[in-house]
Structure formats: structure tokens, C-alpha cells
Design a protein around this ligand. Structure first.
Ligand code: ADP
Ligand code: ZN
Ligand code: ZN
Length: 847
């Protein structure tokens, strides 16, 4: 809502000036509109709002003839727009700026780097609770001259006008009811076009604070004399006495009445009591009073003075990192799984906090609900804010304001936490920096959390520590180029040894007929032995669902999605066929719709099938599945982790989720079901992904005294990537991979921009793509513009897709100029009537 102080408490770094320019000079505000328009729009600051409109505050404005929107002020100044007359700002929502100067610069950077509008970035930056909820309403246009209407209105149109004349705004539905016509769309549209009515989006704040009802003694009874009088008077009323006694138990009032009478939560006071009526009577008698208190949603433990002694290797690594930071801004910590990177992070965070700066600790989406947060909470208590997309809007707004109001000084969060209102950031830690989930692919801004964080750090002159056991090829390259510091940690903490990784040759297994369903003999026997010894196993298959395909044995028919060019995935529990691209779902076919045969079999395996097969093969094992389906709820993930930690699970079957940074004492076996599918994924990064995924999941095995075992099932036991995985040889892997990248001019030696053209008609998409390709090639040259080509999945949600890839060498071209050119060409293309129905998406550094 509107806060009272006209001069914000946020420190704004811009030349240290007052954020409000001399009031008399300021007449105009450039605003970022939450719609996809490329430019900022200028509004007039009306007399009534002078002095209240500041850079960073949210305002309400009319855009075009028909829309009322909320926007964020980017600049206040004295220059009127030259080509249109500025409309007035209608209202101001914040007088303390919501967005500080650092945030503005980051928005700007992301918008230009990732080829999207500021409005799109703003949408990603603000938690929904700070955005405004809008509901379209219709009202008369107050400036329209209804006395001199020159065009004849239809009966319906004049009825609508009359219904609006009551001076209030109506929703569509209300209006339809008032004129007693079901479909008023056409009439409303025509009235809008004539400028007689306005579409108005009602603005209402989404954030609601959490209010707790509390009970305390009224001031009359805050002495032992008064209290004993109450006791006497209640002598026979045991129910009321119980309430009073319970209150006193909770509050230890007997010491200092005034100070200890803070009240307790009504719910707690009423717990285990048969009814609320004795309490209500006491309130009526004016002995107790009820009051409401706004409380934070996160009740974090007090700072617990966490202290783990670093091992000498950890100490050495920490010192080396600090050493690098004296001359470099970025350091990559390459530390194998289980080497104790988290303790090093904690040490460095403590140092940064001691220097009074803020810290951002970034983690991939999935890691957050886990053990890591517990450890950080123990170390940093109330100073820690957790920012996660699965949290509610209200929770996220509280983190936002907690940081702005300086209650929080360290944030652990997913990629969108870069947008929080930091004003004094000293250190950013990016854990598991290789993780692909740092990249947002849909919708715009299609930004990479790690890369955007590097920019954020530059704005704050903050240091960045990237950590991973399997660094991305790009990051490792930069670290070897001496632009960044590189620190290695090649031993596990506490002398734990790395797991023994072995290949299981599926060709051999098949020949010996020892394959049971999808499990080789060594894997199956290994799991059985673990169940007996009360140890745990993890089975990894990067494919969810029951099985990828249902296929008719007679004619070979397989069911496909009607809207996408993919086959439907069979989910046995739901007895459904589901498209993993658009969510389309249909019932399982009992008969082949093509030939009528009932011989339908499933092909390939997903996590659901593996879970089922295991129940059959090892009936005594307790099996848990972890994939998108079983972790949709906020707490389901945590429940699975808890079950594993407390030994209620023998075998965990899961997708790549199981590879993310868990630390389970008792896991001694990891099985990889199908290496080959990962290796043969058609992408230049498939070797890197495979190395990372398998090494990470292998790292879950044997993290304590005993050596863990990892079995990798494959038809290609001699593949070079597997060889490097088995030997825990990241550097060997990197050396081969980087040579390939250089040879074919892939990142990090080039930058890729992927442009996708979408249309419901294939030829339209293709024609637009061809034209764009030719136009781009005129300036960039044909070797840098590849395509257009239909991607492997060339139809999604009824849209046909064509891709163009731009490969831009790092050294030779100015990337900023290239992007400006690309943006211009896309705009040009869409100006052409032929292509207007196309959707064009640019993805910078796609992964
Ligand atoms: P990584 O993130 O590098 O895979 P972790 O930080 O999870 O490794 O550490 C692995 C295990 O070793 C954890 O259980 C952690 O609690 C323990 N550990 C690491 N460093 C220390 C230390 N200095 N003192 C006590 N325990 C440690
Ligand atoms: Zn058939
Ligand atoms: Zn689909």
C-alpha cells in the first residue's frame, strides 16, 4: 500500500542525490509498462501527485484508449514527449520506491542481453504479491462528448451506454446482466473502438500480511494483588480458572508483570480445552483482551552459533579463494562430491556478513527444500531469507520486504532471487553452477540465473564464488583462461572415498539371459544385498512416466499428441496417456484404433515402470519414487527426503532429481538404468550433460566410511565419456570436450542465439523463417546463420516450429551490435502483413 514517508529509506546510489528532483521542475515520468512494448512511455505528473512520484514507485496509468495499467516509474524529468501528448498519471501506489537503482540496472541489462522488453523482465522480477491484480471493468469515457454523437448506435449499444451512466464501473458479466443480453462482446468492442467506453483494470494489492490472534491480561490485572482477587472470584468456575492458569504457565508472569504480559496465541491457549466459551467469558469480564498481531510467516530459529571446524584442506581452499578475491572478482571452486563445499561457503558468508555486506546464495530450483537450508538456518538463523518459487506470494513478499527493511542479510534462493532489492551485496555464491535449471526457457526473459548473477555482482562490486563437482565447460574454460580464479578440492571430507563406478554391458547380459526386465544381474543382486544389510540404493532413470510408448504389436501404431509432434507417455497409475509437452491427456487405448488389434504392449521404461518392476522383483523392499509426479506439492519433496533419512526407504527410484546434492549416510549403491539414451541425445552438450548427471548421481553413494558402488548399464561400455566418469576424471573429460567445442566453434568459443518462429500453419512459419534467415545473413554472413530447420519436435500446442541458429564468434563481432541488428530484423519481419500471425522467440545462450 501507500507508505507514509515521502523520502524512501532505500539507499539509492545515483550520485547520492535526493531521489526526487526539484519538485517544480519535474513534470513527466517515463514508466515501464507491464506489457510487451519495446519503449518506455512518458506520462505527466499531475499537480496533485507532485513530489510523490519517484523513480521506482508503482503508478497507475492509462495506456492506449482502453487500458488502465500499473507501471513502474523509471525516470522523472522535465521534458515532454515530442510525438504524443502525455496523459496524466492517475495514482501512485508507493511513495517509498519499490525498485532501487541496482535493480533498475539489472532489469536493463537483462532486457538488452536477452532480447526482451523491460516489461517482461519486470514481470519476472516482481513476486506476484507485489504485482497488481486486475479485473477488467467497463466505464464511460469521461472525456467523450455524448451530446454530439454522429453515428447511430444499435439498441444494445445505447443500452450499454445507459447502463454505464450510473457513473460506476461494471464488469463484463454485470453489464451483460444489466442489459439482459448474454453476449455483449461485439457491442463492447465497437463502443471501445469509438472511444465511448474504457476498459479499466481494477487494481488491488495481492499481498496480505499474516495476522495472528493473541490473548493477554488487561492492564487492571497486572499485579499480584489484582490477580489473586481474580483467582478468588473465579473459585467455583473451574473452566475459567483452567484458562487463567494455562495463561500463567505459558507466560511466567510472576516476575515482571508489564514486560511478560506479551500475550500468547489464541490457538495455543485454546489447545486441548473443550471449548472457547470460558475464554470468551473472561474477555467479556475484561480480565483478558484479544488483539491481533502481524507476524512474519517464517519463524526461524535464533542464531545458534553454528561452528564446524574446517578440515585443513577446506581451510586451505578457503584461504586460496580469499587470496584470489584480492585480485579477481570470480572464483570457481571445483570440489568433488562430498568434499564439503558447503562448509567453505558458510565460512566465506560469515566473513562477508562480518563486513556488513549482504550475501546471495543461489541454488538450483530443486535443492532448496533439502538439507542445505537446514544447515544454513542453523548457521545464520533470523538473518536468512529463503526465496523459492514453490513458496506462496505472501511468503515471497515477506522476503522482499525483509531484505529492503534490512531484517535479512543473506538470501538463499533460486534464479529469480537476483531481482530482490539488494543494496549492498558483497558476495554471491552459486552452488551447482553447472545446473541447467538455472536457465529460464519459458516465458521471457529467457535468462540464465548464473550469468545474470555475474552481472548483478558487477553492479555491486561484489565477489562471486561458483561451486560444482562437475563445472560447466564454459565456466571451467574461463577459469583456465585466468580471467577467473580456480580452486580445487579433490578429497572427500573425513577421508570418505569416492565410489567405485563400473559399467554393466547390456549386450552381454542379454546374451547370458540374465537381464530381468530392465535390471541386470549385478544391479538386482546388489540391491537385494543392500536391503538385507539395511543399506539404501538409488536407481536413476532420466525419464518419468510408466513407459514412453504404447505400441500396437500388429500394425505398429503408437498414439501421438493431437497438438504436438510427440508420442504420448503411458502413465499406469492414472491409466492415462499424457503429452509431456502440452499436458494433453487421454484414456489408455484398449484396442488399436488403426487395426483393431488388442495386442498392445509398452516399450521403453520410465520411473513408474521401474518402481513397479522392483516391487515384483524385490517384494521385501520398501520403494519410493521421486519425479515430477511425486513432488508436485510444496512438502512432498521434503517428506521423501525425511523418509530416506529416517531409514523408511530401501530403494529410491527417480529422475535427475535424485542427483541433486543430497547427502544420505546410508546409500551404498547407485544404479544407472540407461546411459545410452543420455549419450545419444541430439545436442552438442549431450556428452557434458551425461558426464555431469552420472557423476552427480554417483556422488550420492558411499559418503561415509564405506566405499559406495555405482553400476552403469549400457550397450557401449567402451564409450569415452563413460571411461572418464569411471575414473572420476573431470579434467580428462574437459580436455577432450573443449577441443571438440573449439573444432566446431561451439560455446564457449561462440555465442548462440536461437530464434524460433511459430505459426499454426506450417508454411507460414517456414516462409517467415526463410525470409528472416536471408535478411540476417545479409549482414552476418551465411556461415553465422544456420537454418531454418524444423526441430526434432516440430509441433507443440498446435504451433509448427522452425528454428534459426546464430553462431557468433566471441572475439570477432560486437555482440551488442549483433543483438540490436537481430531485434531490428525481427521487428521488420513482423511489420510485414504476410508474417504478422507468426510468433518469434529469441533465446540467447540457449541450453
Ligand atoms: P559437497 O557439497 O561438497 O558435496 P557437503 O558440503 O555436503 O559436500 O559435505 C559432505 C559431508 O561432510 C556433509 O555431511 C557435511 O556435513 C560433512 N562435512 C563437511 N565438512 C565438514 C566439517 N568441516 N566438519 C564436519 N562435517 C563436515
Ligand atoms: Zn494396430
Ligand atoms: Zn501435446
Amino acid at each position: 500500500g501507500r507508505s507514509s514517508s515521502p523520502y524512501g529509506s532505500n539507499s539509492i546510489m545515483e550520485e547520492g542525490n535526493n531521489i526526487f528532483t526539484e519538485t517544480s521542475l519535474v513534470q513527466f515520468a517515463d514508466v515501464i509498462l507491464p506489457v510487451k512494448v519495446p519503449l518506455l512511455y512518458t506520462y505527466r505528473i499531475p499537480e496533485s501527485l507532485k513530489g510523490l512520484v519517484a523513480r521506482g514507485s508503482r503508478v497507475i496509468v492509462q495506456f492506449g484508449k482502453k487500458r488502465i495499467l500499473t507501471a513502474v516509474v523509471s525516470k522523472v524529468h522535465g521534458t515532454p514527449p515530442t510525438i504524443y501528448e502525455a496523459k496524466p498519471i492517475l495514482d501512485v501506489l508507493d511513495t517509498t520506491p519499490l525498485i532501487n537503482t541496482y535493480q533498475f540496472q539489472l532489469l536493463q541489462f537483462i532486457s538488452s542481453y536477452y532480447l526482451c522488453t523491460l516489461g517482461e523482465v519486470l514481470n519476472a522480477a516482481l513476486p506476484a504479491g507485489l504485482k497488481l491484480n486486475s479485473e477488467s471493468k467497463i466505464q464511460l469515457n469521461p472525456v467523450f462528448d455524448f451530446e454530439n454523437i454522429s453515428i447511430a448506435l444499435t439498441e444494445l449499444e445505447s443500452n450499454i451506454i445507459n447502463a454505464c451512466k450510473s457513473n460506476t464501473a461494471h464488469t463484463y458479466e454485470e453489464l451483460a446482466q444489466l442489459v439482459n443480453v448474454k453476449n455483449i462482446n461485439a457491442a463492447v468492442k465497437s463502443l471501445l473502438a469509438q472511444g465511448m467506453i474504457l476498459l479499466f483494470e481494477e487494481v488491488r494489492e495481492k499481498y496480505t500480511p499474516k495476522v495472528v490472534k493473541k490473548i493477554k491480561l488487561t492492564t487492571h490485572y497486572l499485579s499480584s494483588v489484582a490477580l489473586s482477587a481474580v483467582f478468588e472470584s473465579l473459585e467455583k468456575n473451574t473452566a475459567q480458572l483452567d484458562v487463567l492458569q494455562k495463561y500463567l504457565q505459558f507466560t511466567s508472569l510472576l516476575q515482571d508483570f508489564e514486560r511478560n504480559n506479551k500475550g500468547i496465541e489464541k490457538n495455543i491457549l485454546l489447545e486441548n480445552l473443550p471449548s472457547a466459551s470460558p475464554l470468551n467469558s473472561l474477555i467479556k469480564k475484561n480480565i483478558f483482551e484479544e488483539f491481533s498481531l502481524i507476524t512474519p510467516r517464517f519463524e526461524l530459529p535464533e542464531n545458534l552459533d553454528y561452528h564446524q571446524e574446517l578440515s585443513s584442506l577446506q581451510r586451505e581452499a578457503t584461504d586460496k579463494i580469499s587470496q584470489h578475491f584480492t585480485s579477481k572478482d570470480v572464483v570457481l571452486l571445483h570440489g568433488i562430491t562430498g568434499s564439503g563445499k558447503t562448509e567453505i561457503y558458510i565460512e566465506l558468508i560469515q566473513q562477508a556478513l562480518a563486513g556488513q555486506s549482504q550475501v546471495l546464495f543461489m541454488v538450483p530450483e530443486i535443492a532448496l527444500t533439502t538439507q542445505l537450508v537446514n544447515r544454513l538456518q542453523k548457521a545464520f538463523g533470523k538473518k536468512l531469507g529463503v526465496y523459492h518459487s514453490k513458496f506462496s506470494d505472501n511468503e515471497r513478499v515477506e522476503v522482499w520486504s525483509g531484505l529492503a527493511e534490512e531484517r535479512l542479510s543473506i538470501i538463499v534462493g533460486v534464479r529469480s532471487s537476483i531481482f530482490l532489492p539488494f543494496d549492498n551485496l558483497g558476495l554471491i555464491i552459486i552452488d551447482e553452477e553447472h545446473e541447467t535449471s538455472y536457465k529460464q526457457s519459458e516465458p521471457a526473459p529467457r535468462y540464465h540465473g548464473r550469468d545474470a548473477a555475474l552481472m548483478l555482482a558487477r553492479l555491486h562490486h561484489a565477489k562471486v564464488l561458483l561451486g560444482s563437482a562437475t563445472p560447466s565447460v564454459e565456466s571451467y574454460y574461463l577459469a583456465t583462461q585466468k580471467q577467473w580464479g580456480l580452486v580445487n578440492l579433490h578429497e572427500r571430507f573425513g577421508g570418505a572415498v569416492l565410489p567405485k563406478i563400473e559399467a554393466v554391458d547390456l549386450k552381454l547380459e542379454r546374451r547370458n539371459k540374465s537381464l530381468k526386465l530392465d535390471f541386470s544381474k549385478p544391479l538386482l543382486e546388489g540391491m537385494k544385498a543392500r536391503v538385507e544389510r539395511h543399506e539404501q540404493s538409488i536407481v536413476f532413470q532420466n525419464r518419468r512416466g510408466y513407459s514412453p510408448l504404447l505400441i500396437c504389436e500388429e500394425c505398429g501404431y503408437t498414439p501421438n499428441c493431437d497438438h504436438c509432434a510427440v508420442s504420448l507417455t503411458y502413465h499406469m497409475y492414472k491409466q492415462s496417456l499424457t503429452c509431456h509437452y502440452c499436458g494433453y491427456t487421454e484414456e489408455v487405448m484398449k484396442q488399436c484404433p488403426a487395426c483393431g488389434s488388442t495386442k498392445i504392449k509398452s516399450q521403453g521404461v520410465g520411473t513408474e515402470k521401474l518402481e513397479d518392476d522392483l516391487k515384483l522383483l524385490i517384494p521385501e523392499a520398501r520403494i519410493q519414487r521421486m519425479d515430477l509426479e511425486t513432488t508436485r506439492n510444496k512438502n512432498s519433496f521434503k517428506k521423501i527426503i525425511d523418509a530416506l533419512e529416517t531409514g523408511q526407504v530401501d530403494i529410491l527410484v527417480g529422475t535427475q532429481m535424485v542427483s541433486k546434492g543430497f547427502d544420505f549416510e546410508n546409500v551404498s549403491l547407485v544404479g544407472v538404468i540407461d546411459l545410452d539414451r543420455m549419450l545419444h541425445f541430439p545436442d552438442f552438450r549431450s556428452a557434458e550433460r551425461t558426464f555431469q548427471m552420472v557423476s552427480q548421481v554417483a556422488g550420492r553413494a558411499g559418503r561415509r566410511a564405506q566405499q559406495g558402488q555405482v553400476l552403469v548399464q549400457t550397450n557401449k561400455p567402451d564409450h569415452w565419456v563413460l571411461d572418464k566418469i569411471i575414473n572420476h576424471d573431470y579434467i580428462g573429460f574437459y580436455n577432450i570436450e573443449i577441443a571438440e567445442r573449439e573444432k566446431f566453434n561451439y560455446p564457449p568459443f561462440s555465442r548462440i542465439i536461437k530464434i524460433t518462429i511459430k505459426n499454426t500453419q506450417a508454411t507460414r512459419a517456414e516462409n517467415a523463417a526463410k525470409e528472416l534467415c536471408e535478411n540476417l545473413a545479409t549482414s552476418l554472413g551465411t556461415t553465422r546463420v544456420l537454418g531454418p530447420e524444423a526441430p526434432a519436435i516440430n509441433r507443440v500446442r498446435n504451433y509448427f516450429l522452425f528454428d534459426i541458429y546464430l553462431k557468433i564468434e566471441r572475439q570477432k563481432l560486437d555482440l551488442v551490435k549483433v543483438k540490436t541488428f537481430v531485434a531490428q530484423q525481427i521487428q521488420q519481419l513482423l511489420l510485414n502483413k504476410k508474417h504478422q500471425s507468426c510468433i518469434v522467440i529469441a533465446d540467447v545462450d540457449p541450453i
